[in-house]
Design a protein around this ligand. Structure first.
Ligand code: BJW
Ligand code: ZN
Length: 246
């Protein structure tokens, strides 16, 4: 069988499996938002001024220079503010509507899945439109662009930080518990637009596979997991996901 024939066959198989599956979990990463205009972390857009985005997404960077880190997040709020969900986000809404049990796990902090209309979303790495007090822990939604520095908690006066998960920080225990439960019970999982290097999200596909799920990867490029999954489809999420959900 030629390569295009193999790809067409795989697409058809995944389409059928998506129709038959009763429990579906989808894991998304920065790649699904790329076609909306959101820079990815490890792609060409992963630099701000002279800093790597991933070097600023740490508690150490915030402790050392909170103003710099807030400037970085204000810049990203400015970039994200006008952006809209794309065809991949929208196709996942359709998939959720026709599936009995559907859970969307996202590493993205941009809120674009909810903006598209997805209901059952677990945000593994938090949300950029929420802030959290570093002193009392109070969380509030804050959509100001930019947030003036230094931002203070209305309850206790402590410094606010973005309510996102930085390197070395634990993911929310309740979110993580619900994520693993969904992975243990799903028949089919889609892993879309993530480089598969940041734990624990990176291992979630293999976890679902070990619990019996048929796991499909959708990515522009190969990842460390491409060969481990049942099917790995190469292409743009905004094109492939709508075709799979037709
Ligand atoms: C397209 C496309 C298109 C593009 N269509 N595709 C075990 C082993 C080793 C290390 C660790 C471990 N456990 C924990 C760690 C430490 C650390 C970690 O994983 N480090 C690795 C880098 C080695 N993990 C943590 O610290 C996590 N905490 C934790 O586990 O706590 C317990 C613990 C702590 C310490 C030690 C041990 C245990 C927390 C991780 C938090 C990650 N936070 C960030 C920032 C969030 C806030 C913000 O945005 O500012 O989350 S980092 C950044 O990476 C962000 C992303 O969600 C995350 C993943 O990136 P993603 O989404 O995969 O994006 P990219 O850019 O990498 O990839 C895009 C992909 O899309 C590419 O593949 C493209 O090809 C593709 N693509 N266009 C389809 N159109
Ligand atoms: Zn406070």
């Amino acid at each position: 069988m030629s390569r295009p024939e193999q790809v067409a066959k795989n697409m058809e198989m995944v389409r059928d499996k998506l129709r038959q599956a009763r429990r579906i979990v989808v894991l998304t990463g920065a790649g699904i938002s790329a076609e909306s205009g959101v820079p990815t972390f490890r792609g060409a857009g992963g630099l701000w001024r002279t800093y790597r985005a991933t070097d600023l997404a740490t508690p150490e960077a915030f402790a050392k220079d909170p103003q710099l880190v807030w400037e970085f997040y204000n810049y990203r709020r400015e970039v994200l503010h006008p952006l809209k969900p794309n065809d991949a986000h929208k196709a996942l809404v359709t998939l959720e509507q026709r599936c009995e049990h559907f859970v969307l796990l996202t590493q993205n902090i941009d809120g674009l899945h909810q903006a598209a209309g997805s209901r059952s979303v677990l945000e593994l790495h938090g949300n950029i439109w929420w802030v959290r007090c570093t002193r009392c822990g109070l969380k509030t939604e804050d959509r100001r662009v930019p947030i003036p520095f230094p931002p203070h908690c209305e309850a206790c006066g402590g410094m606010l930080r973005p309510d996102v998960v930085w390197f070395g920080e634990s993911l929310d225990a309740d979110v993580l518990q619900r994520a693993y439960t969904s992975l243990e019970h799903c028949d089919l999982m889609l892993v879309i637009g993530t480089s598969g290097v940041v734990q624990p999200a990176a291992s979630m596909g293999v976890y679902a596979q070990q619990h019996g799920a048929f796991v499909v990867e959708i990515n522009l490029e190969p990842t460390p997991y491409s060969r481990a999954f049942a099917v790995s489809l190469r292409g743009k999420a905004g094109e492939l996901v709508p075709r799979l959900v037709q």
